[in-house]
Design a protein. Structure first.
Length: 93
């Protein structure tokens, strides 16, 4: 069992550091700059419909992480952007 799977089993979640490099983060940010999706104060739902997000979510690296925890049939299906900033802050519980 992978380290990530062990954390999820034990804690209900796992942290994976340095998953996206600066280029991937930049591509996501650029891809979402002019996105035409309903946005609330908290963020944006359904961002998997944006190619910049879908490309990262479907990448080999993300698939390796997901399948190590969920098994070989894991696929990305939903993405939500949480917009937490000093001006737009809210509790996630």
């Amino acid at each position: 069992m992978s380290e990530w799977a062990t954390e999820v089993e034990r804690d209900g979640y796992g942290l994976v550091r340095d998953v996206c490099d600066a280029d991937q983060v930049g591509a996501i940010l650029s891809g979402l700059e002019n996105v035409n999706i309903a946005r609330s104060r908290a963020g944006i739902r359904h961002v998997m419909s944006q190619s910049a997000v879908a490309n990262v979510a479907r990448s080999a690296q993300m698939r390796t992480i997901a399948t190590s925890v969920l098994g070989p049939t894991a696929v990305p299906f939903r993405a939500t952007l949480f917009d937490k900033s000093p001006e737009s802050n809210w509790l996630v519980a």
